[in-house]
Design a protein around this ligand. Structure first.
Ligand SMILES: Cc1cc2nc3c(=O)[nH]c(=O)nc-3n(C[C@H](O)[C@H](O)[C@H](O)COP(=O)(O)OP(=O)(O)OC[C@H]3O[C@@H](n4cnc5c(N)ncnc54)[C@H](O)[C@@H]3O)c2cc1C
Ligand code: SF4
Ligand code: SF4
Ligand code: SF4
Length: 398
């Protein structure tokens, strides 16, 4: 039976939970807000299945080279609402239009991020956009298998460890009608932190929160902005990563799951059919692209290529050179972020201090930085923000 002695060795993929024939595994939240399997030893029959499906116990994948493309959705509204180039929506729509089912991460009515499925185009809109928090897989691997056994098309999207968890659960069987899409993944922050952050904003606004976007394009693609939508339809816009608590903590590498700093799944080769990630300078790949966001697409399998061929007329696309793309956009394909040395202290404070105190302690904001935050929206409105970003990158201060 599975026991977790070292938390870096459990990515929280829920494969063990889905496979257990006695349903004696529960996924319990720890003091940081991440879930880990706990076995009821009185019910367990020691069949060993939970250990067999665990993706962290599988050997690391070989680095085979994928095919590489840059794509941008032709629909300006979808492009505006997607995190990068809106590739995901095209493949989701393809699945639905062919009678299929799409699995992705969406907030429920309590703003908990869960993996769910949808059989409609409207339902898949909730999957659109990156949510910087770990999603709860729940029963979705078992549900996906039921659809596949019924002969339905299934598109399953998620972090690399979730896709590896799905294949572990499926016994590494490659179903003809299954297409998997994973992401290049920086790491996933604690659901408890997001809950604290949203509760703080709900109290400030005196209104319930109905949507949260980790990376809105309110100020353009170059300038990721966290936005919150309240029940009274008012909106809250954060202005760039310097201003937003969640994004700043995320990029300080202080709030991700322990396994994310020792990720077993950060390889060029993936088990998925397709990997998607940000393309920050698509315009330099081809002048066909606008500066409104583009997705790098890596295709790992002949099945992934087949699907790409079927959907490619729905977006602007160009083939890309893999090495320059990895150098410019893909550092997180293979590399882990370092653990912030104050991570343990941070989680202990998160459980005891008000969020404003946590912010003051871990995100002190010097005067120069505050000025920069104030001036950024003005630069954006004057149309010189992209130039500012380029100069900043060239001076190595990113
Ligand atoms: C936690 C996280 C970390 C990321 N880290 C990087 C990175 O370091 N570098 C990089 O280039 N790109 C990263 N990405 C990917 C990037 O942000 C875009 O998602 C990607 O470029 C696809 O954008 P799109 O416009 O094509 O589709 P979108 O519409 O933006 O696609 C969203 C897809 O992501 C899935 N998704 C959203 N949030 C989650 C979640 N929390 N867990 C699992 N699945 C989720 C949705 O189900 C949907 O399938 C990350 C994404 C996430 C969710
Ligand atoms: S050994 Fe078998 S019965 Fe026991 S927890 Fe694992 S899967 Fe469940
Ligand atoms: S299968 Fe997933 S959730 Fe279960 S122990 Fe392994 S990594 Fe953790
Ligand atoms: S960094 Fe690795 S372990 Fe963490 S969520 Fe991403 S794929 Fe999973």
């Amino acid at each position: 039976m599975i026991t977790i002695n070292d938390k870096t060795q459990c990515c929280g993929c829920w494969a063990c939970y889905n496979v257990c024939p006695k349903h004696c595994i529960t996924m319990e939240e720890d003091s940081e807000g991440f879930r880990y399997p706990k076995v009821d030893a009185d019910i367990c029959i020691d069949c060993g299945l939970c250990e067999r499906v665990c993706p962290i116990k599988q050997p690391k994948q070989d680095d085979t080279e994928p095919e590489s493309y840059v794509v941008q959705n032709k629909d300006t509204k979808v492009l505006r609402d997607s995190t990068s180039g809106g590739f995901f929506t095209v493949i989701a729509n393809w699945a639905v239009n062919n009678g299929g089912v799409v699995f992705g991460a969406a907030f429920d009515e309590n703003m908990t991020l869960r993996h769910i499925y949808s059989e409609t185009i409207e339902g898949c809109v909730r999957f659109r956009g990156s949510k910087y928090v770990q999603s709860l897989i729940g029963e979705s691997y078992a549900e996906a298998k039921r659809f596949l056994d019924d002969g339905r098309i299934v598109v399953f999207s998620g972090t690399p460890c979730q896709i590896a968890g799905l294949y572990g659960y499926l016994g590494n069987r490659k179903y003809e009608k299954l297409t998997t899409v994973d992401l290049v993944c920086h790491g996933t922050p604690s659901p408890r932190l997001l809950a604290r952050y949203l509760a703080y904003h709900a109290t400030l606004a005196g209104s319930q929160i109905i949507d949260y976007r980790s990376r809105d394009k309110h100020y353009g693609y170059d300038y990721s902005t966290a936005t919150i939508t309240f029940a009274d339809k008012s909106k809250y816009y954060h202005k760039g990563k310097e201003a937003d608590i969640m994004l700043r903590l995320y990029f300080k590498n202080i709030c991700s799951r322990p396994s994310c700093y020792h990720c077993h799944f950060k390889t060029l080769h993936r088990q998925s059919d397709i990997t998607i990630f940000d393309c920050w300078d698509a315009f330099s790949v081809s002048s066909k692209f606008s500066r409104k966001g583009a997705t790098n697409v890596f295709i790992h399998t002949s099945h992934g290529k087949e699907i790409f061929e079927q959907i490619k007329n729905e977006f602007v696309w160009v083939p890309s050179e893999i090495n320059p793309i990895i150098k410019r956009d893909g550092i997180m394909i293979k590399h882990n972020v370092p653990v912030n040395p104050r991570r343990t202290e941070f989680f202990s404070d998160l459980n005891t201090l008000p969020l404003e105190a946590v912010e003051r302690k871990y995100l002190p904001s010097p005067f120069v930085k505050r000025m920069l935050v104030a001036v950024k929206p003005v630069l954006y409105k004057l149309g010189v923000f992209a130039l500012y970003m380029k100069m900043k990158q060239m001076s190595g201060k990113n």
